[in-house]
Design a protein around this ligand. Sequence first.
Ligand SMILES: Cc1cc2nc3c(=O)[nH]c(=O)nc-3n(C[C@H](O)[C@H](O)[C@H](O)COP(=O)(O)OP(=O)(O)OC[C@H]3O[C@@H](n4cnc5c(N)ncnc54)[C@H](O)[C@@H]3O)c2cc1C
Length: 365
Amino acid sequence: MTVYRMAISGLFNDKSILLLDIDAKKTNDRTWCFWHQDSCTWDSIVFKKWNTAVFASAAKRTDLDFSDYRYNMIRGADFYEFVFSELKKHPNIEFAQQRVFDFIDSGFNVLVKTENESYTCNKLFNSIYNPALAASQIKYPVLQQHFIGWHVKTTEAVFDAKKPVFMDFSIPQRGNTRFMYVLPFSETEAIVEYTLFSEKLLPEAEYEQAIEDYLNNLGVSSYEIIAEEKGNIPMTSYPFWKHNTKNILNIGTAGGWTKASTGYTFKNADKYSAQLISFLKTQDDFTTFHKKNHFWFYDLLLLDILAKKNHKGSSIFSAMFKSGKAAPIFKFLDEETSITEDLGVIFKCPKSLFLEALLKRNVNL
Ligand SMILES: Cc1cc2nc3c(=O)[nH]c(=O)nc-3n(C[C@H](O)[C@H](O)[C@H](O)COP(=O)(O)OP(=O)(O)OC[C@H]3O[C@@H](n4cnc5c(N)ncnc54)[C@H](O)[C@@H]3O)c2cc1C
């Protein structure tokens, strides 16, 4: 996104830009979803969009009112092709498939070492995530959004193509925050993901068994797995941006662009990439790019709760979505709400949990 926005801005035509990646980025390695109002830069590659979804708690299923938001899905392969086809039009931008194993900012320039080459550049945008940074501290809890998803074709017509399942907490929680996430394409085809917000990953067989059980409960007798995706996205308020230097900006998950309380990253990356282009017009010191806001603190409180009482996730998210009005929550998670609107969302949540977390955090901050 960052290099795409740099390319289309036309502001960097006199710069020589090298994009390094260990992978050629030609496979459909992930599916991105994000809610959005109006139009966005990625509209032409949106594979599917929905204007409602289902939220399920153990007690009830609610159809969510998205108001003017849409839930968009982009296939990774389409995204990479879209970006690379733009980059090909820019002779000043080159791609090299190489593994980066070190980079250092001397204060004047940045030295990047790959397996076979050394490069010197004025500025480096790093998206290689280093899990050791957050793991080596205890001030901020580190949870993972971890999941396995199967793209299945079923014999029976069990999905509603018009309604994804945003979070289905009716499944056994086993002491964690566990839910099903379903992206339907037809009555017989969907991506079904077993997802947890918790500290430790599970053995693969456990995610797979849970998807199988879910399909069985829907009444599926046989199915074919067309594709599989898996991931573990860090959920933490750890300030990754503190590792930015004058000439190295950490971007994407590596830069703390992942929304700590949800694991969603696509929209933040879109937003921050756009902000970065504006920033680069007038400024040059990357240590000043990141601006911390009060939403960072809200996320921290939720993660404090989930780190200590992981089984509470279901009741917290169920309370948030109880009214079925998703738009104010989307706006809140996009960090676009006013303080009054924030309170509207916060007061829906179990108050004693957040109050307790707030008191403990104020002491430890
Ligand atoms: C399966 C999956 C589904 C997801 N779904 C959603 C979603 O629906 N919505 C959402 O908002 N977020 C989602 N996310 C989270 C997030 O949006 C993605 O992880 C996103 O790709 C993060 O962007 P990034 O640039 O930080 O990392 P990446 O997209 O992973 O990019 C990092 C790049 O660095 C390269 N790399 C790594 N190490 C090296 C090295 N040593 N040398 C050279 N290159 C290297 C990798 O090959 C990769 O191309 C999902 C994540 C996964 C894994």
